[in-house]
Design a protein around this ligand. Structure first.
Ligand SMILES: Cc1cc2nc3c(=O)[nH]c(=O)nc-3n(C[C@H](O)[C@H](O)[C@H](O)COP(=O)(O)O)c2cc1C
Length: 194
């Protein structure tokens, strides 16, 4: 079992999504004797896409050196995704959505001809037989999902490329300092993923 663990919080001291995603990964490793590739895109972001990437996105030939390099960065990230069985995401809510660092990662891996394609019946995701466990942290509560562009967005975007087997561990109400501290002190008891 090969696990790709990606943390996207910019916070470090401590970060609830980082602690909880680590707990999920530790349990997966114990259960499967799996190996882990770790990416900390909160601390070491992947560049946002730019004009050179858009060139590579739409064309295969007559590309500038920058466009070729941009396309190759995307292809390395896509290959890394294909090379793993399970994706574990640590994701704080920032301004009702996901961190821009995670959006930049998605922008690199959601690419026609690589992770999805168009057919006569509509789009088809090409990233088959993968699982994703998303650990989402946030200050507020979103009982009716009004204004929630965090886990709902991740569910949609990963389903689009074929990752339909998804689980979510939601840690919310962290605006309450006592709740937050209790979760930090008791992360093993808090995380429900088994
Ligand atoms: C820039 C920023 C924006 C945030 N926006 C929201 C928000 O829109 N809704 C919310 O419920 N919490 C919001 N929060 C709170 C975080 O989601 C919360 O503190 C969470 O624990 C952060 O994850 P972490 O502990 O892994 O860093 C925001 C925090 C930051 C730093």
């Amino acid at each position: 079992m090969k696990i790709l663990h990606i943390d996207s919080s910019c916070g470090l001291n401590p970060s609830v999504s980082r602690l909880a995603s680590r707990e999920v990964v530790d349990r997966l490793v114990q259960r499967t004797s799996g190996t882990v590739t770790y990416r900390d895109i909160g601390s070491n972001p992947i560049p946002h896409i730019d004009n050179s990437y858009v060139q590579a996105f739409y064309a295969k030939s007559d590309l500038s050196a920058e466009a070729i390099a941009s396309g190759q960065r995307s292809e390395r990230l896509i290959q890394e995704l294909f090379d793993h069985d399970i994706l574990v995401l640590g994701v704080p809510m920032y301004n009702f959505g996901i961190p821009s660092t995670l959006k930049a990662y998605f922008d690199h891996i959601i690419r026609p001809g690589f992770t999805f394609r168009f057919t006569d019946q509509g789009s088809e995701g090409l990233v088959k037989n993968k699982k994703c466990i998303t650990v989402a942290s946030r200050s507020g509560h979103f009982p009716a999902n009004d204004g929630n562009h965090q886990d709902i967005y991740i569910k949609n975007v990963l389903s689009f490329i074929g990752i339909v087997d998804q689980k979510f561990e939601i840690l919310e109400g962290l605006f309450d300092r006592a709740v937050r501290q209790n979760i930090i002190n008791n992360i093993a008891e808090t995380v429900e993923f088994t």
